[in-house]
Design a protein. Structure first.
Length: 312
């Protein structure tokens, strides 16, 4: 060991920050490198299920109310497979399965009318500037409560709204920006063209309940659990402080695994399905390194008296 390492401040475990980091990285690497076939099936399967609702409802095989419920669930589940593709977890540039990575990225977010390349550009900026009030495109979901975050996400999607996503796309120097704008315009035209065509044909309610309303509900759900809850109150920055460990009041599954979102921010190449296992392996080191551990903090952001009460 070098003299500088010997003289470096040590944590309670007796290890220096550098030693802890090396150990942390070695553990994280164990969870990287595999193709998350679960997410491939999730992304393509969810899209095909959502697409099948249209003929099933219009032909009377499914009642409209059930189609609306299933479509809303599909929209809430539509983003995360694309999120894996945005980080090239399915396949990196130049690999044989890169086409599958791009297919999942593009197809899975169609129900949300959220173009893959726009999501990709803005999400990379989010990772680089998490919780920065001037640069983080997700800062619009900031709010004291979950319902304020949901409302803010709805306001962000209003026509002609000049929110942080629009600002990020205007100011980015990403070489894919023009292509992202074109793809976004094309998807918007398909969305509104479909709604208009169905309304003109006498199916306005069906179109509204199979796509327009489920999309907005799905987006609000995603904003609450993928953006607001893991980063709340969105005040701190830094690798170990811009995200937190937290306990969801509706459980890990219904919050889409976002209790472990801190693992994703630290190591974006770890597949979503593996983040709980990675968290359990990394937890002692991450706690020692000073992550924001809010597992005893309630939804309101107020620290509860008894440990674990935040899950009630």
């Amino acid at each position: 060991m070098s003299a500088s390492a010997e003289s470096a401040p040590r944590r309670p475990s007796g290890k220096t920050d550098r030693e802890l980091l090396r150990e942390e990285q070695a553990i994280a690497r164990r969870f990287m490198g595999r193709v998350p076939w679960e997410m491939v099936a999730w992304g393509i399967g969810n899209f095909l299920l959502w697409l099948s609702l249209w003929p099933l409802v219009l032909l009377g095989v499914l009642p409209l109310w059930l189609g609306f419920v299933v479509s809303t669930i599909c929209c809430a589940l539509a983003y995360l497979p694309s999120h894996e593709a945005q980080h090239s977890i399915i396949a990196a540039e130049g690999e044989k399965l890169r086409w599958l990575n791009e297919l999942v990225g593009h197809v899975s977010t169609i129900p949300l009318v959220f173009p893959y390349r726009i999501a990709w550009i803005t999400h990379r900026v989010h990772h680089a500037y998490s919780n920065d009030p001037e640069r983080d495109p997700d800062i619009g979901s900031q709010g004291g409560t979950w319902w304020q975050a949901a409302y803010n996400s709805l306001r962000e999607r209003q026509p002609m709204n000049d929110g942080m996503y629009a600002k990020t796309l205007r100011e980015t120097d990403d070489p894919n920006r023009d292509r992202a704008f074109f793809e976004g315009l094309a998807l918007k035209l398909v969305h509104f063209g479909t709604l208009t065509a169905f309304a003109w044909s006498g199916y306005a309610i069906e179109a509204a309940l199979l796509w327009w309303l489920p999309r907005h509900i799905g987006f609000m759900y995603l904003i609450v659990f993928l953006s607001w809850a893991p980063h709340h109150p969105m005040k701190e920055t830094g690798r170990y402080r811009d995200t937190r460990a937290w306990t969801s009041p509706i459980g890990t599954l219904l919050s889409l695994g976002m209790e472990f979102h801190i693992v994703h921010h630290l190591y974006p190449r770890i597949p979503l399905i593996d983040t709980p296992k990675a968290w359990r392996a990394l937890e002692p080191i991450l706690i020692e390194r000073g992550i924001r551990d809010d597992r005893d903090v309630a939804w309101s952001g107020q620290r509860v008296e008894a440990p674990g009460a935040g899950a009630a």
